[in-house]
Design a protein around this ligand. Sequence first.
Ligand code: ATP
Ligand code: MG
Length: 451
Amino acid sequence: MTPLHGTAAITPPTALRTIPRDQHTISRKDISPNALRVLYRLRDAGFQAYLVGGAVRDLLVGGHPKDFDVATDATPEQVRQQFRNCRLIGRRFRLAHVVFGREIIEVATFRANSDDGSGDREMENGRLVRDNVYGSIEDDAVRRDFTANALYYAIDDFSVRDYVGGFEDVMARQLKLIGDPEQRYREDPVRMLRAVRLAAKLGFEIEADTAAPIAPLASLLAEAAPARLFEEILKLFLSGHAVASFEGLERFGLLKVLLPETAAALASNRSGALRRMVMAGLAGTDQRVANDEPVSPAFLFALLLWPAYCRALMGLQASGVHAEEAQRRAADRVTLHQLNTVALPRRFSLPMQEIWLLQTRFGNRQRKRVVRLLSHPRFRAAFDFLVLRLEASPEHAEDVAFWREAQTQSGDELSAALGVGAPTDDLLGEDAPPSKRRRRRRRHGAASQAE
Ligand code: ATP
Ligand code: MG
C-alpha cells in the first residue's frame, strides 16, 4: 500500500451508516480464503477486523479484487503474535504481512494522520500521536482518498460500515474525494492519477467537485516521486483499461505532465496518425490482458514514447544529422527527458530503445540482414511494433507482409525467396555473430512482449 499523507485540516462528517448483509452483494465465497482466515483469527483473538479499501469497492461492483487488505485495531506486534507466517514491514509506516505461499494479506492498524513528510514524531503514553499515529476506525476512514475506497466489511456480522458516504457513491458509480478536493490533491498529487485510473478501471464518473481541480493542479504531478509515477503508469496501462486511462489523462490535462514530449508530438501531428497508432497499441494491450497474455513495460513505453521519438528524430534529421546517428540521439534524448518525471528503469528503457532502432531494419531485404534480424532477441517485439505502425500508415503493409512470411519459412525457403545460398552460411561467415551471442539470442528470442 502507498504511504498516505496527512489530512489534518479535514474534518468530514463521520456518521456511521451500517449496511446489513441482506442489503449488499458481498459474499464470503468471493473473498480470498486466506483473507477470511486472517479476519476470523483476529476476531477470535478479540480484535476488530475488517476487509477494507479496493477489495470492498471491487466486490460491491462485482469485480474480482487482486489483493485483499485488512484493517484492525490490533497493533502490528499484536498481529504478529497471532500468525506464525507474519512479518512486519516498513519503519515509519508499520504494516503486517501475513504470507500464504504467493498470496500476501496486508494487515494495517487503524491510523489517523500519517506521514506528513516532516519527520516529526510526538509521543503520548508511549503512542505516536502525530506522525503515523494509530487511531480509530473513523480516523482511518477519513485519511483515505476516495469515499469508495473507505468502506469496511465487518467479519463479525458481514455488514459494510460506511463513515463517509462511500456506499451511495459506489452505487451511483462515482468517485469522490473525502474532504476538500484541492487540499487532498495538494497533499498528494498522485491522487489525481488515481482518480483517472480508478474511473477508467471501474467505469465510474469522477464527481464534479473532485474533477474540477485536476486540470488546474495538474502541474503538481511533476513533483511527485518518479518511482511512484512509474508504478502508477504500469497500473494505468497494464491492467486492462489502457485506452480509457489514456483518454482520461488527456481529458484532465495530465498527459502533458506525465508524458510531456509525447503530448506535444501528438498535438502537432495533424494527420492524427501517431495518435491512431498509440490507441491501437493500447487497445491491443487491453486485449492481451483480457486474454491473460503477458504484457511488457518495455513494449508499453516504446509505444507511449514513440510520438516523442518520431518528433525528436525529425528535428535532428532536419538539422542535418545523419539518419543512424539521429536515431540513436533521438532515442537517448527522449529517454533522458522522460526520466525527469518518471523513473523508467534501464532494464525497460534499453529494450524500448532497441524496439525503436530496429524499425529501420525492416526495410532491408539483403539475405544476411534478414537472417540476422530474424534471430535478433528483440525481433518479435519489434515486429509487433511494426504491425502497430501499419495501423497508422498503410505504407508499412509490404514490410509487414514480408516479415510475417519470413518468420514462417524454413532457412531453405527463405534462401530461395531471397536468392542464393543457405542462410546458415551467412551466420558462419565473416558477418556471423560469435557463437556465444547466437546462443544467447536464441534463448531470449521467444520473449516477445513478455519482458
Ligand atoms: P487497486 O485496484 O489499484 O488496488 P486500491 O484502491 O486498492 O486500487 P491501493 O494502492 O491498493 O489502491 O490502496 C489501498 C487503499 O489505500 C485504497 O483503497 C485507499 O483506501 C488507500 N489509499 C491508497 N493510496 C492512497 C492515497 N494516495 N491517499 C489516500 N489513501 C490512499
Ligand atoms: Mg489494492
